[in-house]
Design a protein around this ligand. Structure first.
Ligand SMILES: [Zn+2]
Length: 799
């Protein structure tokens, strides 16, 4: 085996850093450009963000050559790889786009078009990135579109990063080499999709393009070598899952052949292949060990510690131990991490270094900015900057011997003891209530009995029309909430203003003639944050932004303690809405699993227990709504599928506890109370049993974007309760025509049976404007009337 020897060892490092900027500078620059601003301003913002990041990371101690990751992706690492590989889909080519350097003005135009579409061309699809709340742009593989690697562009990018490092005040004289990062070829293809003629034969056929793709990577590596890069990070996160549509053996064989070819190149940087988001798998370590790859990274936050046996193929290869978690916001348990490093030191026959488990793009920048928090709780937090410090401290343990961590260990242990004793972390009443939960607390009355009771109580027409909960969040609504937050609108003024919004929303729904109304969610900034703010056990941050997709950023709440509900949350709003109409008004709650999925969650107890604590708080809310006369209650679980483990073998256990938790939240409802849930994702096959097991009386779900496949799948499954397959896609401003709605309702009624079908959009309407919302709902009501009349003609009421 010929290897290009690394010019130096791989130093302690992080796999990536937040790319949106501490004050969301890049988000703002992107949006200014998309709003019509000059591209030069965006380029300037990107360059100064890169300079600041380099300077900052060196300042934090990543001073060695190749320690600082040079992530050049402006929006998304997968999109960046697509552009660097020159993969421009046919429809974009037809619209005049061509492969170009990503960092040039035309490159940013291309990236923006791929991410957002243009007036003529649909954008790339966005999909969930592993089990995080980040979304990537899915590359499209087409039979007749070749890769066109932008090798010079990548080399220029490296030179630009290097020049920025040289300008840095901190590094005068000895600027460290940055380390380019890029999604690896196997992960690129697995995360992509086939489109066009290729997709019709087989999705998996895209993997046949691997050899050609590796050729493109070879060109990129050659150019980087020439530009002076010592290392490149080629990420292969797909190795942490066995749930892809490409069989595992094929993925592993792909790793062997790809890295054997890349390893054989003599003019290349040293190769660092990290595997994030879970256990790499012994098969993957063996495959990588059989090639000339110089360093392999493993995730020890989510992943298991490999055995000595599994590490044997990596003898002589550098192992980067990802002991500092990139997916959580908690300080690393240094004693535990040091013990892991010690064990790895015994098991691994080769150099050992320390890294984060994933890129730090999933956590906010700096916990030190959260000065408004209880200082004790703030002291438990580690955001990106603190994690860099932890990596370096643990690296000190490797080189400095047994007592390098002494001081840190003592501090850490003291902090952990205080955390255990913190009155909000251990709330006895919450604990004892959970211990007392019995299996029957997770079961409702028989579905048939419920159906009969609800039919009498509600008296709804066939195909009842309803919405998913939120209505347009207008500028006025946002101003009301902002004024209240700032204190310029007092509590009473705020409540009056929100009531006016609710009244307006109810009036409009009555005018439209909908059957089941909602209050519209005007008081909620976000469906999870709202509950986090009203439950004990959560904190919210001031600057804790993380990128969700494109320019969209979120500030996830942090669940740090035992969760309970100090007072009813939604009851007054719903009661007020109900007082304005004779129609039923649906209560609207966010379910336990979704609250978990969209928060940073405590790491000191099983997720299932935390989910159950949230469930008990929601259970009280369900019962209070019921006591207030609310007859229909919806508990949303759009994120049920998001937390699905990456390893297929772990899925049944997750689905068991998540379903149980949902049922704990809902099973306090009487038979006559109609329980709804809402799910929004189009790939539901893997969770269809779980959806059934939720035992909701009515399930509304996204169906329109997947061509209504869900309808036949549900019918084949024998799903027996109410279903509202969303008949139009609310993610676009397009108003659906009456005829297409009629077609979909007919199809749903035919396949699922008239008795069970509801008529509704496929998600909440908060991102839409009133005009298109009212037009669409008017069409929905009209289409429903047509289909009802057809059904009545077909089946006389007496039969
Ligand atoms: Zn939804």
């Amino acid at each position: 085996m010929t290897t290009a020897p690394p010019t130096h060892a791989l130093p302690p490092t992080v796999l990536g850093y937040p790319r949106i900027g501490p004050d969301r500078e890049i988000k703002k620059a992107l949006e200014a450009h998309w709003g019509g601003g000059d591209v030069a301003a965006l380029i300037e913002a990107i360059s100064s963000h890169r300079r600041r990041t380099l300077d900052h990371l060196v300042g934090l101690g990543l001073e060695e050559d190749s320690a600082v990751p040079a992530d050049g992706a402006v929006i998304d690492q997968v999109l960046d790889a697509s552009v660097l590989l020159g993969l421009v889909p046919r429809r974009f080519r037809d619209a005049g786009f061509a492969a170009v350097a990503p960092d040039a003005p035309e490159g940013l135009t291309l990236i923006s078009a791929l991410a957002r579409g243009t007036s003529e061309v649909e954008p790339l699809e966005l999909t969930k990135w592993f089990d995080t709340n980040y979304h990537y742009y899915v590359p499209e593989i087409e039979a007749d579109v070749a890769f066109a690697p932008q090798a010079t562009a990548l080399a220029d990018r490296f030179r630009a990063f290097r020049a920025l490092a040289e300008q840095s005040e901190r590094t005068v004289g000895a600027a460290p080499l940055p380390r380019p990062t890029l999604l690896g070829p196997v992960s690129f293809l697995v995360l992509a999709k086939s489109v066009g003629a290729a997709a019709e034969t087989s999705q998996a056929a895209r993997f046949d393009r691997l050899e050609e793709l590796v050729g493109a990577y070879a060109a990129l590596l050659g150019a980087l070598h020439e530009a002076g890069a010592a290392w490149i990070q080629l990420e292969e996160p797909v190795l942490s899952s066995d749930g892809w549509d490409i069989p595992r053996e094929q993925v592993i064989a792909g790793i062997s052949s790809a890295y054997e070819q890349l390893g054989r190149l003599t003019e290349r940087p040293a190769l660092f292949v990290p595997v994030s988001y879970g256990t790499a798998g012994d098969d993957a370590l063996a495959a990588l060990g059989g090639t000339a790859v110089e360093a392999v990274g493993i995730d020890l936050e989510r992943g298991a510690l490999p055995s000595a046996e599994a590490l044997r193929p990596l003898a002589g290869t550098t192992l980067a131990a990802g002991v500092v978690g990139g997916l959580n916001v908690w300080r690393t348990d240094v004693s535990r991490a040091a013990a892991l490093l010690d064990t790895l030191g015994e098991r691994h026959q080769g150099p050992l270094t320390v890294s984060s488990s994933t890129s730090l793009q999933h956590v906010p920048h700096d916990a030190a900015r959260e000065t408004q928090l209880d200082p004790q709780v703030a002291g438990w937090l580690a955001f990106a900057d603190q994690k860099v410090g932890e990596v370096l401290a643990l690296a000190g343990h490797l080189t400095g011997g047994a007592d390098a961590l002494e001081g840190l260990r003592a501090d850490d242990a003291a902090r952990r003891r205080l955390r255990e004793q913190h009155p909000q972390v251990h709330v006895e009443s919450v604990r004892s209530r959970l211990t007392a939960v019995e299996p029957q607390d997770r079961r409702r009355a028989e579905a048939e009995h419920r159906r009969a009771a609800q039919e009498t109580g509600l008296g709804l027409p066939p195909l009842p029309t309803t919405t998913i909960g939120s209505f347009p969040q207008t500028g006025e609504i946002r101003r009301i909430r902002a004024a209240h937050r700032r204190g310029s609108l007092d509590q009473q003024g705020y409540e009056e203003a929100i009531r006016e919004q609710i009244a307006d929303c109810v009036r409009r729904q009555e005018d439209l003639g909908l059957d089941v109304l909602v209050h519209g969610e005007a008081e909620r900034n976000d469906m999870v944050q709202y509950f986090a703010e009203n439950l004990e056990g959560f904190i919210t941050t001031a600057h804790g932004w993380v990128q969700s997709y494109g320019s969209r950023c979120l500030r996830p709440p942090i669940l740090f303690g035992d969760v309970h509900r100090p007072a009813p949350i939604t009851v007054d709003w719903i009661r007020y809405a109900a007082s304005l109409t004779k129609k039923p008004v649906k209560g609207m709650l966010t379910g336990p699993v979704t609250i978990l999925a969209w928060s940073f969650v405590r790491d000191d107890q099983p997720l299932a227990d935390t989910a159950d604590q949230i469930a008990l708080a929601l259970r009280d809310e369900v019962q209070d709504l019921q006591a207030a006369g609310v007859k229909i209650i919806q508990v949303d679980e759009p994120a049920l599928r998001e937390l699905l483990p990456l390893q297929v073998a772990e899925r049944p256990d997750y689905l068991r506890w998540s379903v149980e938790s949902f049922r704990l939240s809902t099973s306090g409802a009487n038979a006559a109370t109609q329980l709804h849930t809402h799910l929004c994702y189009s790939e539901f096959e893997t969770v269809i049993d779980a959806i059934d097991a939720l035992d909701a009386d009515v399930t509304t779900l996204e169906a329109s974007r997947s061509g209504f496949e869900v309808v036949s799948a549900l019918s084949e499954h024998g799903f027996s309760r109410g279903i509202g397959p969303g008949v139009w896609d609310i993610h676009s401003p397009r108003v659906p025509g009456v005829d297409e709605l009629i077609d979909r309702l007919r199809l749903a009624a035919e396949v699922l049976g008239t008795q069970r079908v509801w008529s509704n959009p496929d998600c909440g309407l908060k991102t839409r404007g009133w005009e298109e919302t009212e037009a669409s709902l008017r069409h929905l009501v009209n289409a429903t009337a047509v289909v009802r009349a057809e059904l009545a003609a077909k089946v006389p009421a007496s039969v």
